[in-house]
Design a protein around this ligand. Structure first.
Ligand SMILES: Cc1ncc(COP(=O)(O)O)c(C=O)c1O
Length: 357
């Protein structure tokens, strides 16, 4: 069975050494040495100032909103994983959707300004499939209207924009380190915080709001990463070069074989690629379903990322309508991409697609 992704498990020997260390010091969670080490190494690796590790990417979004005191309405994208929107709703915020650009698949900055009202306090864009948003246009709008920007950068691990980390844009960027991601810690996530003064607040918030044994200055939650997860991250970091190289090879082959047959996501030319996903857009949902069925018959399971469009969620009021996002959602399929994917299986996938179009 071939799924859209396969968790990369790094060297077992190396992981065992970290586990031995954890057993020796008995420190399994609560901001332990592995978490501290991973935060330091990630900050250096990614080229960012402050990394706060958390339990998952959804918690990272929630902590970001609370660190920045976001209230009322946030303008966001309807084309994302559900957590971008649900994290707003569970924090008492109203998501208002700005439709996407049909080529980049990211929020279209031209659609943002008309949706801003006195109740709006933030913009929450997503670097969809690791493709950098138009960060300069979004920045300009945010400054003009005094809004905070939280980038859901769950897919944008190690993407550079004009030579520096993309994660340095906005007030906070959040990452997901779920097992399905390019870089993972089994479950996990991180906040990349630009303002040094906000880092301590985020740290209280992930630890029940506790500052020290006698002071609880914030209303917090429990969103801590544990030591076993951080150890996995430390092992993964050592293997990123090979992981990127393999994913690049998979991408190049798909691009070569399919460029005249399906539509690809238009990449931001100022940004690097991290090869985290390989989305293809069909002419119609019918075509997509045909191909999906044919692949399933061979035990190959691509994913309908992202489907459905988030403006169709039944728990969002008022009802909203984003025609571009709905249209793309119906026609887009993410093909399998992971370091161990063989050329043979990839060619099988390519052949099925070619045969059905
Ligand atoms: C765009 C996006 N945002 C947020 C998340 C949530 O991350 P997590 O699964 O780590 O909670 C995901 C996860 O898969 C995602 O793809």
């Amino acid at each position: 069975m071939i799924n859209v992704t396969k968790t990369h498990l790094p060297s077992k020997e190396k992981y065992k050494k970290y586990i031995d260390e954890i057993y020796a010091n008995g420190w399994v969670t609560n901001n332990g040495p592995m978490v501290k080490q991973l935060e330091k190494r990630l900050a250096k690796y990614l080229g960012v100032k402050n990394v706060v590790l958390v339990a998952n990417g959804t918690a990272a979004l929630e902590i970001a909103y609370r660190t920045l005191d976001i209230k009322g309405v946030a303008v966001t994208t309807p084309f994302s994983f559900v957590a971008t929107t649900s994290s707003l709703v569970t924090n008492g915020l109203l998501p208002i959707f700005a439709d996407i650009d049909p080529d980049t698949l990211n929020i279209d900055p031209h659609n943002i300004e008309a949706l801003i009202t006195p109740h709006t306090s933030a913009i929450v864009p997503v670097h969809v499939f690791g493709n950098a948003c138009d960060v300069e246009a979004i920045d300009k709008i945010a400054k003009k209207h005094n809004l905070k920007v939280i980038y859901d950068a769950a897919h944008a691990f190690d993407v550079d924009y004009k030579g520096e980390s993309l994660l340095n844009y906005g007030d906070i960027s959040t990452l997901s380190f779920h097992a399905t991601k390019l870089f993972h810690t089994i479950e996990g996530g991180a906040l990349i915080i630009n303002d040094d003064n906000l880092v301590e607040k985020a740290r209280y918030l992930i630890n029940f709001g506790i500052e020290n044994a006698e002071s609880i200055p914030e209303l917090g939650t429990n969103a801590k990463m544990n030591e076993f997860e951080a150890a996995m991250g430390l092992c993964m970091l050592d293997e990123m070069d090979t992981i990127f190289q393999k994913r690049k090879e998979v991408t190049v082959l798909y691009e070569k074989e399919l460029h005249n047959i399906v539509k690809f996501q238009k990449q931001n030319e100022n940004a690097s690629k991290n090869y985290s996903y390989f989305p293809v857009i069909f002419k119609s949902e019918e075509q997509l379903l045909d191909v999906k069925q044919a692949l399933a018959e061979k035990g190959i399971y691509p994913r309908r990322y992202f489907y459905p469009s988030l403006d169709t969620l039944n728990y969002i009021e008022p009802k909203q309508y984003c025609p571009v996002s709905r249209d793309i959602s119906e026609k887009i399929l993410c093909l399998p991409i992971f370091p161990e994917l063989t050329e043979k299986v990839q060619m099988e996938i390519v052949t099925v697609i070619k045969d059905h179009l």
